[in-house]
Ligand binder design. Structure first.
Ligand code: DGP
Length: 140
């Protein structure tokens, strides 16, 4: 299994750094974020080291999202969350600070909790939709 010696999440997965665990099996671990944006903010990781979402094999990715879904359901049922944000950042430009794949599962309670996500909408015509769609399709 691929591990990185100085990776904080590899060290959490190996139990070398303590964490408040929410779920664990042989491949996946979920634990509370040390800097929570709301009560119960949880991170789901693969125990094996992958730098980000784009690098994770699809069977493992499916397992990680399955755990994220169950945790989201438990947050609604047991913490009183009124909604959930699922977030996975890829690279620094997108806000990734720990370079080990993780899914944020963020319970939402009201407008004044710690998270605000805003989109600055532009006109879609600015981006030539058929050309952009065809560039993306070429890579699939
Ligand atoms: P991101 O910015 O998407 O890479 O999120 C990384 C998250 O990891 C950030 O919300 C804080 C959390 N984090 C960083 N170090 C630790 C740690 O040692 N323990 C725990 N529980 N969370 C950590």
């Amino acid at each position: 299994m691929n591990k990185e010696e100085n990776c904080v999440f590899c060290n959490i997965a190996e139990g070398k750094i303590p964490s408040a665990k929410v779920y664990e099996d042989d491949k996946i671990l979920a634990f509370l974020d040390v800097s929570p944006t709301s009560k119960g903010h949880t991170l789901v990781i693969t125990k094996e080291h992958f730098a980000n979402f784009l690098m994770v094999p699809k069977d493992l990715l499916a397992q990680a999202f399955d755990v994220a879904q169950k945790i989201g359901q438990a947050m609604v049922a047991n913490l009183g969350a009124k909604g959930i944000n699922i977030l996975t950042n890829v690279n620094e430009i997108a806000g990734q600070s720990v370079m080990h794949f993780h899914i944020h599962v963020i319970p939402r309670y009201d407008e004044s909790d710690g998270l605000s996500i805003s989109f600055k909408p532009a006109e879609i015509s600015k981006y030539n939709p058929p050309a952009i769609a065809s560039e993306i399709k070429k890579g699939l």
